[in-house]
Design a protein around this ligand. Structure first.
Ligand code: AGP
Length: 589
């Protein structure tokens, strides 16, 4: 979380820094700021979106050829201008991503030495500490290395020093940071999208490295990586009204067919690792929508492979006491590939010697280039259905390799995976019905999503999408659990969305729907042709989605749930692409 960027170039960098921050904004958008080195450090900050920096910077037109920038997701200190980065002291400007866990002790010690602070942030101690080290005679690079030694927690830092106006000093521990170099140009950023359009190649800074970036390239105070994998920057992804859509989120809902086709092509070229083929159990470790995608795919994987699939919340899993089961394989599922909780869980797996497989949508990786493509909206949409496709494909391939999948299920699952791209496109036609459902939810100000099996996980995803985009309180429940407590929430008119495709689970779900309806709920069933007739008798509204089997149903239902959440958010005037309090890459624990 938080996006940081730095640029050293042969011409003024301020406008390029703001452009890069706009591309990094999905990492946080509480405030934005830049500092540019000239005769003195020139700092500009705004509360809110990076686009509002553009006017400030155009008016000031800073001349410096080196600068740093930051887009913030608040952890320590409210979203206020005084807490916006860069933080400056004594001719040192710093942008920080991560959490300095010992900031209170450091702040107290600095206060005793006469320092005053302008912000409530953990980050502000860093420029003070560097300024102290410089005053004691250290050069900037060793000053930063020494300061990193006293910091606890996770950090990616980019530092500008007034006395060295053509260099940026960088360091990382835990939080991601990429460095880029080219002909008399150098850059640093949290994410490769910041380098789009720059004539550079980029690589990851290794954990613990401290370096100086200048026209002459990289110089290290601490160097850990012996060799680096250098890549070309990505092409800048479209934003806003691209393709005639009002929001990136809506465009990404619409482009799911292409995303799934690209994912299927990438998966076809992938060899099933031996450890996965022979696994005695799969433990999926993930967060948010990524975990819910695994929940939807679990039934299909278990049926194909005959091994248990456990679902673990990454932030909880890392602190579990029991060791992973022998013969088990962990599947780390993450759109961004950066989620701190998932990475910590991965460390735990590796410490126990348990094989770990990543299912990611990172465009910089070889698989990622054939994955769903960059997703700019904070809400997972096309990455969710792409994860679903990837996980169900994994189940099919494992089932075949192990010889455990029955012929009939092999045929049904293969047909669903082949049909998935067309299904997510055909489901877009449900938008008018989704708008009608959205109106009721927006008016009532609440929603309960229910389902059984894969539908229960989809219910969770429907509720999560609605919460994050519209800020309406929503619950997603396994329908059979309602009677154990949540049914008390039902009142006259409560909107209930049931994920109710035809299949063996439907009769019990119909009974659950009838039970909430009997208590005044307004029930809408998201079903398919096989379930439509039965649902008509148990719901107030029925939306018949495309799909010819229980394996196909989740793809169309996921799109309908996305459209419902999107339209509730629109009706309530929410910032769809940048929902409050959220960031797309969650790099703090
Ligand atoms: C989904 O809409 C959310 N943005 C969020 O729950 C997300 O899925 C979660 O933070 C996990 O992120 P990851 O897939 O990048 O690891």
């Amino acid at each position: 979380m938080c996006g940081i960027v730095g640029l050293v170039n042969g011409h003024p960098v301020a406008r390029d820094l703001v452009a890069a921050l706009r591309r990094l904004e999905y990492r946080g958008h509480d405030s934005a700021g830049i500092a540019v080195a000239g005769e003195r450090l020139d700092t500009h900050k705004v509360l809110g979106r990076a686009r509002d920096l553009s006017a400030l910077v155009a008016a000031a037109d800073p001349a410096g050829h080196a600068g740093i920038g930051h887009t913030r997701w608040a952890t320590h200190g409210r979203a206020e201008l005084r807490n916006a980065h860069p933080h400056c002291f004594g001719g040192v400007a710093v942008v920080h991503n991560g959490i300095i866990e010992n900031h209170a002790e450091l702040r107290a010690a600095l206060r005793e030495a006469g320092h005053d602070f302008a912000s409530e942030t953990d980050s502000e101690v860093v420029p003070h500490l560097i300024a102290e080290a410089l005053a004691a005679g250290a050069d900037p690079l060793s000053a930063l290395a020494d300061v990193c030694d006293v910091l606890e927690g996770s950090f990616a830092l980019a530092v500008l020093v007034e006395e060295v106006p053509d260099a940026i000093f960088v360091a990382r521990r835990g939080s991601p940071l990429l460095v880029a170099t080219g002909d008399r140009v150098a850059a640093v950023a949290s994410d490769a999208v910041a380098f789009a359009g720059l004539p550079v190649r980029f690589a990851a800074l290794a954990d613990g490295e401290v370096a100086e970036l200048s026209h002459d390239g990289l110089r290290f105070a601490v160097q850990i990586a012996e060799a680096r994998a250098w890549s070309a920057p990505p092409v800048a992804a479209g934003t806003g009204a691209a393709g005639g859509f009002a929001h990136d989120t809506r465009r990404e809902i619409a482009e799911q067919r292409a995303a799934l086709e690209a994912t299927a092509t990438g998966l076809a070229a992938l060899d099933l690792p031996g450890a996965v083929r022979d696994a005695t159990r799969l433990t999926v470790v993930a967060c948010g929508s990524s975990l819910l995608a695994a929940g939807v795919a679990r039934d299909a994987i278990e049926r194909a492979t005959r091994i248990p699939v456990e679902l673990e919340v990454a932030s909880e899993y890392r602190d579990r006491h029991a060791a992973p089961a022998a013969g088990g394989v962990a599947l780390l599922v993450s759109q961004s590939g950066e989620t701190a909780d998932s990475l910590a869980a991965m460390d735990r797996q590796e410490a126990h010697g348990c094989p770990t497989i990543g299912v990611v949508n990172v465009t910089a990786s070889a698989i990622g280039r054939r994955a769903a493509g960059a997703e700019l909206g904070v809400a997972a949409t096309k990455s969710f259905t792409a994860q679903l496709l990837a996980l169900m494909t994994l189940g099919l391939r494992m089932g075949r390799a192990r010889g455990t999948i029955e012929a009939g299920f092999d045929a049904a699952l293969s047909a669903a995976l082949d049909a998935a791209p067309a299904l997510v496109e055909a489901a877009q036609a449900a938008e008018p019905d989704c708008i009608a459902i959205a109106r009721r939810i927006a008016t009532e100000g609440e929603a309960l999503f229910i389902g059984r099996g894969a539908g229960a996980a989809l219910a969770g995803e429907g509720a999560l999408k609605l919460k994050e985009l519209s800020y309406i309180r929503a619950e997603g429940y396994a329908a059979g659990e309602l009677k154990h407590g949540p049914i008390a929430l039902i009142r006259e008119g409560s909107p209930v969305i049931a994920i109710a495709p035809g299949g063996p689970g439907l009769p019990k779900l119909l009974a659950n729907m009838s039970a909430v309806r009997a208590r005044g709920a307004h029930v809408v069933a998201l079903t398919d042709a096989a379930g439509a007739a039965a649902c008509r008798g148990a719901a107030d509204g029925v939306l018949v989605l495309p799909g010819a089997s229980a394996e196909e149903a989740p793809f169309a239902a996921a799109v309908a749930l996305q459209l419902i959440a999107y339209h509730v958010a629109l009706l309530l005037g929410r910032d769809v692409d940048r929902p409050r309090n959220l960031a797309k890459s969650v790099t703090v624990e």
